[in-house]
Write a protein that binds this ligand. Structure first.
Ligand SMILES: NC(=O)c1ccc[n+]([C@@H]2O[C@H](COP(=O)([O-])OP(=O)(O)OC[C@H]3O[C@@H](n4cnc5c(N)ncnc54)[C@H](O)[C@@H]3O)[C@@H](O)[C@H]2O)c1
Length: 364
């Protein structure tokens, strides 16, 4: 008996998939299958396939009998397929090219500072042509200005390796029409939209859930949940318009999946939990347009948001640090790799996922 997890649930595609997984003879050896309403299909009473009889590993068969290609890497043949392809020329590694964002255009909300700004810089370093940093203040802060200058120096010092720029846009993510307009203007100006990071967010001080005031609850939800949707829409509408696909990354939090121990944050936790489901919902609607939607859920990281606790109540540093196996809180730069991976062609099969980066806080 063999068990296969199959996405399609009709007989023809099951046969096709079985032939791929178990060798060309597999269709003739398929016995019965059960579970039309489940995703697990059980094959019973089938004669063993020849490779099973000979004790050959299934990977040998997979390499010999790949499924008909449904897609190919935007970079052509990479990895093992490149190694197996006939060629006699010089061989170059492709891995870093898969992470490259050359010529891509991005919109990052909440990018005047903190995690948003860190991620915006990472996208430019990965080759993005322009990263639009959307935030509330009328003028960008000193930190943003210094980072934009750092990018200009990087462009000057690196012989065309980095060519991008940071742009600042003042907008409130709670204003749906304004956000759509921001997206449209970027689309008009750049002729494309490839990446969206919805990082704008707020938290409030701890408060008893039974007394939590309506206005504060609505305030947190309106930025952290509604604002994330409007940001994703602003970029997603342009991705759909230009038809190049895209990657939308919604910044949630580990607080969407767990409750921060010894804290009373019902509004924040609820808002982030909603973002997780928003990501899955959007991913399922937008997959056919080749727009991927994932959520990124950081653990405790030192930024202005967490400084509101740590700088006024320093004992939290020790308490939060002890809550994860690494025994420390995170740095914003520790999200550079994951955001670049999610934004780039290195993650083309990842959508509808939540990526937890929490120092293992959720793993106890
Ligand atoms: N720092 C952490 O430990 C941590 C952990 C998990 C998740 N997060 C999430 O990461 C994201 C970034 O947080 P951060 O730590 O960088 O905080 P931060 O306070 O440093 O940055 C948040 C940014 O969002 C902007 N913003 C707030 N309301 C806005 C609005 N209505 N319109 C436009 N911009 C608005 C702020 O001006 C600020 O620049 C947030 O969504 C936060 O919930 C942070």
């Amino acid at each position: 008996m063999c068990k296969a997890i199959l996405a399609p649930l009709n007989r023809v595609s099951i046969r096709r998939q079985c032939a791929w997984r178990f060798g060309a003879n597999a269709t003739s050896t398929v016995g019965t299958w059960t579970g039309t309403s489940t995703r697990t299909v059980t094959f019973a009473g089938a004669a063993p396939t020849p490779w099973l009889r000979r004790g050959i590993s299934s990977s040998a068969v997979l390499a010999k009998d790949p499924p008909q290609a449904q897609s190919e890497s935007p970079l052509g043949k990479i990895g093992v397929a490149a190694a197996l392809a006939p060629s006699s020329g010089a061989v170059k590694p492709t891995l870093w090219s898969e992470f490259a964002l050359r010529d891509r255009v991005a919109l990052v909300s909440g990018a005047n500072r903190g995690l948003g700004l860190e991620m915006a810089l990472a996208l430019v370093e990965a080759g993005a042509r322009a990263v639009y940093c959307v935030d509330l203040p009328g003028r960008p802060g000193d930190g943003w200005v210094k980072v934009a200058e750092y990018v200009r120096r990087m462009v000057a010092d690196n012989n065309g390796e980095v060519t991008g720029r940071l742009e600042y846009v003042c907008a409130d993510v709670r204003d749906q029409k304004a956000m759509w307009k921001v997206g449209e203007e970027i689309g008009e100006r750049e002729g494309r939209m490839d990446v969206c990071v919805a990082a704008a967010g707020i938290s409030t001080s701890d408060m008893d859930c039974l007394e939590y005031p309506a206005d504060q609850f609505e305030q947190v939800i309106s930025v952290n949940t509604n604002g994330v949707l409007y940001t994703a829409q602003a970029a997603g509408r342009q991705m759909a318009r230009f038809g190049n696909g895209g990657s939308i990354i919604l910044i949630a939090s580990m607080s969407g999946s767990i409750t921060n121990k010894d804290h009373a944050c019902v509004s924040y936790n609820t808002s982030k939990s909603a973002v997780l489901q928003m990501g899955r919902s959007m991913a399922c609607e937008l997959g056919r347009k080749r727009i991927r939607v994932n959520t990124l859920s950081p653990g405790y990281i030192y930024t202005s948001m967490t400084a509101a606790y740590l700088d006024t109540q320093p004992h939290f540093l020790d308490r939060w640090s002890k809550l994860n196996p690494l025994g420390r809180i995170g740095r914003p730069d520790e999200l550079r790799g994951v955001i670049t991976w999610l934004a780039s062609d290195a993650s083309t099969f990842c959508t509808g996922s939540d990526i937890l980066v929490s120092g293992g806080h959720h793993a106890w």
